[in-house]
Ligand binder design. Structure first.
Ligand code: NAD
Ligand code: TDX
Length: 336
C-alpha cells in the first residue's frame, strides 16, 4: 500500500477535482492537499472554500509552467492530475487550449514527476475509446483500442499515451484511470445535466442534441473519487483501470427524468442541432477495478442521485448564476 501524506491535486477547483479534494479531506485526515489550478472559466475557488486551511492550500498557476512546478513539487509524494480543458463542444469551437493544457500540461507534469521521483495518477476519460453502437452488447475494457472522436478526446488520448511512454521509458510510478460521465454538485453549467436543470430554473426549455438517443454511462462524482483513491493507494504500477458504475441511460431519458423531478411536462424541451461527430454510446466494464482493488460504487440509485443534484443546483443558484449567461451566449452562437 502507498500511504500518501502530501499530495498535489491539479484542477482541484474544477468539478471532479474539487469533489476529490472534499473526499480526501473528509475521509483521510492525515493527508494534506495542495491544489494547483489556473482558475480558467471552469475553475472556481468557491468549490473548495471552507475546507480547513491546515489541510488544503490553493496555488493559482498553470500546469504548463515548469518553473512553478520546480517550486511546488518538491516535498510532495504524489500528483493526482485532474486539470484539463474538459468540454467537447468548446473543443469543437476552439481546439487550441485543449492541445496546450491537456497535452503540453501532462508533459510538464510528467517531467516534474521524473525529476522529483514521485507517484503520479492520471485522470482520464472513457472517450479515448471512441464510441459503441447503440445495439452493441459490448462495453469498453482496459484492452479496447484507442479511437477518439473529438478534439477533446484526442488530446486526452494523447496525454494517456505520454503517461504510458514515460512510465515504460523512465520507469515512473504511475497509474491511469478512464472514467465515464460524472454527475453531482459543482459541475459547470455548460455540461448536460446542470445546463438543463438551470435552464428549467430560468424558465428556459432544455436543449437536446440530435435525436436524444446517445447513451452515457453516468457515475456519481463521489464514486469516481473513491475509485481514484483506491487506485492511487492500492493500484499496480503502470496499470490502467476503468471506472464506471453501470449507469447507462440515453439523453432523452435523463432529460425527461429531470423535467419530471422538477414538476414539468416531460416533453417540454427543444430539439437543437446535433454535436458534430457526436459519440453514440459509452459503456464501462469496471470488472478489473472491482476484482483487483475491491472498489464498489456507493451511489447505485441514479434517480436518487439526480434528485439530490437537482436540489443542490436549486439551493446554490448564487454558485452557478455568474457563469450562466456567458455559457448560454456561447451555445446560441453555435445554434445549440
Ligand atoms: P472542469 O472543466 O470542471 O475543471 C477543470 C479544472 O482544471 C478547472 O478548475 C480549471 O481551472 C483547471 N485548469 C484548466 N487548465 C489548467 C491549466 N493549464 N493549469 C492548471 N489548471 C487548469 O473539468 P472536470 O469535468 O472536473 O474534469 C476533470 C478531469 O476529469 C479532466 O481531466 C477530465 O478529462 C476528466 N474526466 C471528466 C469526466 C466528466 O464527466 N466530466 C469524466 C471522465 C474524466
Ligand atoms: O445541451 C446539451 N444537450 C445535449 O443533448 C448538452 C450540453 C449536451 N447534450 C448531450 C451531448 C452528450 O451526448 O448530452 C450528452 C452529455 O454531454 P456533456 O455533458 O457535454 O458530456 P460528454 O460530451 O458526454 O463528455 C463528458 O463525459 C466525459 C465530460 O464533459 C468529459 O469531460 C468527459 O471526459
Amino acid at each position: 500500500f502507498f500511504e500518501p501524506k502530501n499530495i498535489i491535486v491539479t484542477g482541484g477547483c474544477g468539478f471532479i477535482g474539487s469533489n476529490f479534494v472534499h473526499y480526501v479531506v473528509n475521509n483521510h485526515p492525515d493527508v494534506h492537499v495542495t491544489v494547483l489550478d489556473k482558475l480558467t472559466y471552469a475553475g472556481n475557488p468557491e468549490n473548495i472554500a471552507g475546507l480547513p486551511e491546515d489541510r488544503v492550500e490553493l496555488v493559482v498557476g498553470d500546469i504548463c509552467d515548469a518553473g512553478l512546478l520546480d517550486r511546488i513539487v518538491p516535498g510532495h509524494d504524489a500528483i493526482v492530475h485532474y486539470a484539463a480543458e474538459s468540454h467537447n463542444d468548446n473543443s469543437i469551437a476552439d481546439p487550441e487550449p485543449f492541445l496546450r493544457t491537456n497535452v503540453e500540461g501532462t508533459f510538464r507534469l510528467l517531467e516534474a514527476v521524473r525529476k522529483y521521483g514521485i507517484r503520479y495518477h492520471h485522470v482520464s476519460t472513457d472517450e479515448v475509446y471512441g464510441d459503441l453502437a447503440l445495439d452493441d452488447p459490448a462495453k469498453f475494457t482496459e484492452e479496447t483500442p484507442y479511437k477518439p472522436s473529438s478534439p477533446y478526446s484526442s488530446t486526452k488520448a494523447s496525454s494517456d499515451m505520454l503517461v504510458r511512454a514515460w512510465t515504460r521509458t523512465y520507469g515512473l510510478r504511475t497509474t491511469i484511470s478512464n472514467c465515464s460521465n460524472n454527475y453531482g454538485p459543482y459541475q459547470h453549467v455548460e455540461k448536460f445535466i446542470p445546463r438543463q436543470i438551470t435552464n428549467i430554473v430560468d424558465g428556459v426549455r432544455p436543449k437536446l442534441y440530435g435525436r436524444g438517443e446517445n447513451v452515457r454511462d453516468w457515475i456519481h462524482t463521489e464514486d469516481h473519487s473513491s475509485a481514484v483513491w483506491d487506485i492511487l493507494t492500492k493500484g499496480r504500477m503502470g496499470e490502467t483501470y476503468l471506472i464506471g458504475a453501470d449507469g447507462e441511460r440515453n439523453n432523452i431519458t435523463v432529460l425527461r427524468m429531470i423535467l419530471e423531478a422538477m414538476g414539468k411536462d416531460p416533453e417540454d424541451f427543444d430539439w437543437v442541432a446535433d454535436r458534430p461527430g457526436h459519440d453514440r454510446r459509452y459503456a464501462i466494464d469496471s470488472t478489473k477495478l472491482q476484482r483487483e482493488l475491491g472498489w464498489r460504487p456507493a451511489h447505485t440509485d441514479f434517480a436518487e442521485g439526480l434528485k439530490a443534484t437537482i436540489d443542490w443546483y436549486v439551493a446554490n443558484e448564487s454558485w452557478w448564476r455568474p457563469a450562466k449567461e456567458a455559457t448560454e451566449a456561447r451555445y446560441r452562437a453555435q445554434g445549440q
